[in-house]
Design a protein around this ligand. Structure first.
Ligand code: SAM
Length: 365
């Protein structure tokens, strides 16, 4: 098997999972594409000669191998001995130098304090059990990527699991995947902050069945303190659908009681200076990944949680207008707008909800 020119040694499977002999999921191609390009951009930014990359939950080895264009040393690890055999074969076949091990990921990371410039944590389920050791192993200037597939908890299907795992209250609604991203980032930020390291998001998104958090780590109490203001709450009105990244018991639009999610990250989840650089680097023929990157870049500056056109129309008891018409009308009124990667019927704007609803009402269907 091959991915982007890298040879792999894994059995073909319809549904890879925990029971796979060696895990490889082609559904994660976009995740690995964007991670590889983010690694390149970060390496350029820190201008470090040494660049040690760790893929502590490697499976086939593909994730770590894809950083070979930037890494000066690659560490590939998996607890499954069959995976380790595949990694060894892949390393040989691709003619890439790498240190391969068969340890518990937490052991490997804990043995390399402040050592790695890039750590990519890609487990089954939540990343929380690997966070502590990742914080220890991250160099004072490093880049961290974490994948989460336990979206049911922070999107509100399992609120108790969310409270237990992320010390946060979720809200189940149309923008729950955005809330989940913000809960994940909060958790990552707070864990690094305990180590006097600042985590700053560069590119966070949700796609298919997983969420991805990527950001820069700097050993800096000052930067961590500055970012503490970005930990807060989100209020949502189930009556009129108003929302705000602040803790407010009453809706500012209609006065109804709100639902409150958090604590969570209230800052930007995409850094457009970073994605601008990524856009320059991503190969044109990586279409799906490149399209997602473009979308993330276009929505990066808009902070208010996104609206869903169907949800608003149903709330207003009217037929659903064309989303593009709504965006055009909002733009004409001078509001910044964008689509969102989180929903094909979603859009972002900083316009007040009464203006959005006025515009929707006046659009002929
Ligand atoms: C989701 S898969 C990794 C997929 C891979 N990173 C990729 O991009 O294709 C998770 C991997 O973690 C390994 N694993 C599970 N628990 C582990 C642990 N405690 N330490 C190290 N590896 C572990 C599994 O054997 C599996 O290969």
């Amino acid at each position: 098997m091959e991915e982007r020119g890298y040879k792999l040694f894994v059995p073909e499977e319809e549904e890879p999972g925990k029971d796979s002999e060696v895990f490889y999921n082609k559904e994660m191609l976009v995740n690995r594409d964007l991670s590889e390009v983010a690694g390149e951009v970060f390496k350029e930014q820190i201008k470090n000669e040494e660049f040690r990359v760790c893929d502590p939950l490697s499976g086939s080895g593909i994730r770590g191998l894809r950083y070979s264009n930037v890494a000066t040393e690659i560490f590939l690890n998996d607890a499954n001995p069959e995976a380790v055999k595949s990694i060894e074969k892949a390393k040989e076949a691709n003619d890439i130098e790498a240190e391969v091990s068969n340890k518990d990921a937490n052991v490997l990371l804990s043995q390399h304090r402040n050592f790695f410039h890039l750590i990519d944590v890609d487990p089954f389920g939540p990343f929380t059990t690997y966070l502590d050791s990742t914080c220890r192993a991250a160099n004072h200037q490093s880049f961290i990527g974490l994948t989460a597939t336990d979206n049911a908890a922070p999107t509100g299907s399992y609120p108790k699991t969310c409270r237990r795992r992320y010390s946060s209250e979720p809200v189940k609604n149309s923008f729950m995947h955005e809330t989940a991203l913000r809960i994940y980032i909060k958790e990552v930020f707070e864990n690094f902050a305990r180590f006097d390291k600042a985590f700053e998001p560069r590119l966070c998104f949700h796609e298919k069945h997983y969420s991805r958090i990527m950001g820069r780590v700097t050993e800096s109490k000052k930067r961590a303190n500055q970012n503490l203001d970005n930990i807060g709450f989100l209020s949502y009105c189930p009556q009129c659908r108003w929302r705000k990244l602040e803790r407010l018991e009453k809706c500012e639009n209609c006065g109804s009681s709100t639902k409150i999610a958090g604590p969570l990250w209230t800052g930007k989840i995409v850094d457009i200076r970073f994605t601008e650089k990524m856009k320059e680097k991503i190969p044109e023929d990586w279409e799906e990944s490149s399209d997602l990157l473009d979308m993330l870049h276009s929505e990066g500056e808009l902070l208010t949680p996104f609206y869903d056109i169907h949800e608003l129309a149903s709330n207003m008891k009217i037929s659903v207008p064309k989303r593009e018409k709504v965006l055009e009308a909002l733009e004409k009124k001078g509001y910044p707008v964008s689509r969102t990667h989180l929903s094909p019927t979603g859009f972002r704007t900083d316009a007040p909800i009464e203006d959005i609803k006025d515009i929707i009402k006046n659009i002929p269907v």
